[in-house]
Ligand binder design. Structure first.
Ligand code: GLN
Length: 255
C-alpha cells in the first residue's frame, strides 16, 4: 500500500516537473520570449556592470514582451550562430543590431526596421587610410558573420571594389579593435554606433571615418513563417514608436 502511494507520488512529481520544464526557458512557449543576441555590440547589447545583458535591443525586447504580457530570457551567443539557433528553435527572436539583407531574408523573417546605421572604418591615429578605397591591399579586421565581414570579404564578387589583402575575423568587435591598436590589422570595418563607443574608450589611439557603404536597417528576426509572433512584435514596435518610448530608449542608450 505504502509503496504504491510512493510510486504514485513519484509519478505525479515527475509529471509536474516535466510539464513545468516545457514552459520554462524554452523557445516557442507562450509565457516567455527567448531572445538571442551577441552581447558584444555596444550600445545595442553588452554585459552591464551587474553581469547581465543590457543595451538598446535588450530594453526594446523587454518593452515588446511587456506589451505582450510575457517574460524575456536572453541567450547570449556568437553573432554567426544566431540564425541557426532561430531555425532550430533554441530562440524565438534575434535582437542583435542585425541588418536586414536579401540573403538573411531567405532564412528568417524580419520585423519592421527600428534603426539606421552605417559601416565605419576605424583606423589608428596617423593612418594613411582616408576612405574605403584605401583599404585596397590592407589587412582588415571585422566581426565574423556581420555585414562588415560580408562587404569587405567580397566573396562571389567579380570586380572587387575594396580588394583588401586579408580579412581577419573576430568573435568580438572589441578584439578586432585591440588588434588594430596593437598593429595586427590596419583597419576595422564595423557598424557606426559600436565604432563610436570603441573610439570613445580608446581616445587618442584610434579614429573612425565614413566608409561610404550603403546605409543599413536593423530589425528583429523571427523564424521563417512565424507570422503570429512577427505580427505581435510589429504591433508593439509601432506603439513603442508612437507613444514616445522609442525616443526615450534612444536617449537612454544611444544619444
Ligand atoms: N549590423 C551588422 C550585421 O547585421 C552587425 C551586427 C552585430 O555585430 N551585432 O551584420
Amino acid at each position: 500500500m505504502q509503496i504504491t502511494r510512493g510510486i504514485k507520488l513519484l509519478f505525479l512529481v515527475s509529471m509536474v516537473s516535466i510539464v513545468a520544464s516545457m514552459f520554462v526557458g524554452c523557445a516557442g512557449n507562450t509565457s516567455e520570449l527567448v531572445m538571442g543576441t551577441n552581447a558584444e555590440f555596444p550600445p545595442f547589447e553588452y554585459i552591464g556592470d551587474d553581469g547581465q545583458p543590457d543595451g538598446f535591443d535588450v530594453a526594446l525586447v523587454k518593452e515588446i514582451a511587456r506589451r505582450m504580457n510575457v517574460g524575456v530570457k536572453i541567450e547570449n551567443m556568437e553573432f554567426k550562430s544566431l540564425i541557426g539557433s532561430l531555425a532550430n528553435g533554441k530562440i524565438d527572436l534575434i535582437a542583435a543590431g542585425m541588418t536586414v539583407t536579401e540573403e538573411r531574408k531567405k532564412e528568417v523573417d524580419f520585423s519592421k526596421t527600428y534603426f539606421t546605421a552605417n559601416q565605419m572604418i576605424i583606423i589608428p591615429v596617423g593612418s594613411e587610410i582616408n576612405s574605403a578605397l584605401d583599404l585596397k591591399g590592407m589587412v582588415v579586421g571585422v566581426q565574423e558573420g556581420t555585414t562588415g565581414d560580408i562587404i569587405v570579404s567580397e566573396e562571389d564578387v567579380d570586380e572587387k571594389e575594396y580588394d583588401v589583402k586579408e580579412v581577419k575575423r573576430y568573435k568580438k568587435g572589441i578584439d578586432a579593435v585591440m588588434d588594430l591598436i596593437n598593429g595586427r590589422v590596419e583597419a576595422v570595418v564595423i557598424d557606426s554606433n559600436p565604432a563610436a563607443e570603441y573610439v570613445k574608450s580608446n581616445e587618442g589611439k584610434i579614429v573612425a571615418i565614413e566608409s561610404g557603404m550603403e546605409p543599413e536597417e536593423y530589425a528583429i528576426a523571427v523564424k521563417k513563417g512565424n507570422t503570429k509572433l512577427l505580427e505581435k512584435i510589429d504591433k508593439a514596435l509601432t506603439e513603442i514608436k508612437q507613444d514616445g518610448t522609442y525616443d526615450k530608449l534612444i536617449k537612454q542608450y544611444i544619444q
